[in-house]
Design a protein around this ligand. Structure first.
Ligand SMILES: Nc1ncnc2c1ncn2[C@@H]1O[C@H](COP(=O)(O)OP(=O)(O)O)[C@@H](O)[C@H]1O
Ligand SMILES: [Mg+2]
Ligand SMILES: [Zn+2]
Length: 559
């Protein structure tokens, strides 16, 4: 299963090993690959391409495929042959005609300046000199200006391929000189199929359910999907859905369903019981609240859209459960729960008693009579209207004023004469009117931090030392403040889960940081509510150049 590289013992990550080699290998980007193949086959090439779209969707891979295809000695229907000396040279990165520049690294600017001279020489072995500029949006203003000069009059034998995840950061002057290709997020069925194929080739037993779950978690990125697969296969064995949950350290969603189903059935006691069992398993209530918000959002989508498809990340059997919850609660009920949870989350952030806060909210959610505000009232109306068999719950396009709602509510409840008395309704309304205002949020002094410049070096070490941890840190960033090193790997990230549950992970990260900086840091998650980032003093030259270009002054950088 493990592929050994050269004589060494290094494991090659699946996402590297399975980099598509031809346009036909590339999945989920049919429009892009068809057009590029056609251009190669007809010899109708542009001098500058721009590949944009979210991470892990095949931009860099396509750039390499295109570099091979335009130079290949025997291209086949626009695809590179991958056999000839040129194709092999490019794959081994030994062919001088193809240059990859990573704009995210410091050498970006220098490279672009060198390139201005070098580009004029004809290629050594192939037909074209190809420059692949990755993370183009990271180029400095100086480098963009240098690049623009060549793009204005590109030599015949030069092709530029710029790749970026952040199109809006690429100057319009550059954009207008490139042929643009948009790489879309890859849908989960396509990702799952590719995972199954790769698993088959690697002799990994991966069930369909598990492949789909990994695909859903990867959220459109094939690279993330493969990194996740790497993570879950590390200990071998059959990979089922449960194994994925367990190894990624995700809590399954069963407890959320249990809670929501208790809420929907209006069983406050059951709600508290489920909450209690979670408390005993020491689930963090803040996270639980966040998870519930995501969960009810999915319920809402399942209720609003017939075939939610990619709108919800869930397994097929979960979708049915979401649907039935949505039916049971009605749209207003769901909205009410979402609003209540969001309020609660905000209060929890301000340090309120988390457990009490959340439990009170859950009980309120279970009993619409306890809810105040428009959503609560509407939920009660919808429920009653269903009970009395009103043909259609009345749809209200504009916000309804509570008085109107109350009238409708009273009428309905009188008709049923049960289960609430008028007194209860009154007190409910009064409560809303006299509800105390939330106390103003306390001013929290934010701790200043700055970007941690050597994070990529730390990641390089982790890639060797702790592959699993490394996999969770793709696209992360880090900040330092005093002796604190704060890692931003996204909210509710797998990284955070690993750091909580896995002291080996913490040790390897600490060691890697120490190896790079020679200092010991305390580690923590980056939280924008507690820390503020002081940007590093920007490159003075870049500042000037930016000012100049804003003023319409053409400045050239002389070495
Ligand atoms: N469209 C795709 N088809 C097949 N594999 C892909 C695709 N996109 C990404 N991958 C996988 O993810 C890895 C990284 O992809 P890459 O081309 O570097 O993405 P990007 O440059 O868009 O971030 C590839 O080596 C490959 O394993
Ligand atoms: Mg890339
Ligand atoms: Zn070839």
């Amino acid at each position: 299963m493990l592929k050994l590289l050269g004589g060494g013992m290094m494991y090659q990550a699946l996402y590297r090993k399975w980099r598509p080699k031809t346009f036909d290998d590339l999945v989920g980007q049919d429009a892009v690959s068809a057009t590029l193949k056609h251009q190669v086959a007809k010899g109708k090439l542009s001098h500058a391409y721009l590949f944009c779209g979210t991470r892990g969707t095949g931009k860099t891979s396509s750039a390499k495929i295109l570099a091979k295809a335009v130079n290949c000695l025997s291209p086949q229907d626009g695809n590179p042959c991958c056999q000839c000396d040129i194709c092999r040279g490019i794959e081994e990165e030994s062919l001088l005609d193809v240059t990859e520049i990573d704009a995210a690294s410091n050498s970006g600017v220098d490279n672009i300046r060198d390139l201005r001279e070098e580009a004029h020489f004809t290629p050594v072995a192939g037909k074209y000199r190809v420059y692949i500029i990755d993370e183009t949006h990271m180029l400095s203003v100086g480098a963009f200006n240098a690049l623009l000069k060549i793009l204005e009059e590109p030599p015949q034998h030069v092709i530029f391929i710029l790749a970026t995840t952040e199109l809006h950061k690429v100057p319009a002057t550059i954009l207008s000189r490139c042929q643009r290709f948009d790489f879309s997020r890859i849908d989960s069925a396509t990702i799952a199929a590719r995972l199954s194929y790769i698993a088959g080739e690697e002799n990994i037993h991966l069930t369909q359910d598990a492949a789909l779950l990994v695909a859903k978690l990867a959220d459109g990125s094939m690279r993330d999907a493969l990194s996740l697969l790497d993570l879950v296969i590390a200990q071998g064995g059959e990979i089922t859905k449960e194994v994925v949950f367990q190894r990624i350290g995700l809590v399954g969603r069963d407890h959320l369903f249990a809670l929501a189903e208790a809420v929907a059935s209006g069983d406050g006691g059951e709600v508290l019981k489920v909450a209690q069992s979670l408390w005993e398993r020491s689930v963090d209530y803040l996270r639980l609240c966040e998870q519930l918000i995501g969960f009810y959002r999915d319920v809402m989508v399942a209720g609003a859209v017939e075939e939610p498809g990619e709108l919800i990340s869930c397994l097929p059997d979960e979708l049915e459960r979401f649907r039935s919850l949505a039916r049971q609660m009605g749209m207003e009920g769901i909205m009410g729960c979402l609003a209540a949870l969001q309020d609660t989350l905000a209060r929890m952030g301000r340090g309120a008693q988390r457990r009490t806060e959340l439990e009170a909210t859950l009980v309120r959610m279970a009993d619409p009579r306890l809810r105040t505000g428009t959503h609560g009232l509407l939920a009660r109306i919808e429920k009653l209207e269903r009970q009395v068999g009103a043909n259609q719950p009345s749809q209200t396009a504009t916000p309804v004023i509570p008085a109107e709602l109350l009238q409708r509510l009273n009428a309905l409840e009188q008709r049923l004469a049960q289960p609430f008395s008028a007194a209860q309704i009154d007190s409910g309304v009064k409560k809303e009117q006299s509800a105390p205002k939330d106390p103003p949020p306390e001013k929290i002094e934010k701790i200043p931090t700055e970007p941690f410049a050597e994070w990529s070096k730390v990641l390089d070490i982790l890639q060797q030392k702790n592959r699993a941890l490394f996999g969770t840190l793709v696209d992360s960033s880090a900040y330092v403040g005093g002796d604190l090193l704060l890692v931003d790997a996204g909210v509710d990230s797998m990284f955070a889960k690993m750091m909580r549950g896995n002291s080996y992970a913490k040790e390897s990260l600490r060691a890697a940081v120490e190896q790079v900086t020679g200092k010991k840091y305390r580690l923590g998650p980056y939280n924008p509510e507690r820390y503020e980032v002081k940007p590093k003093i920007p490159d003075k030259l870049d500042e000037l150049l930016k000012k100049a270009s804003e003023l319409g002054v053409d400045v050239q950088v002389k070495e």
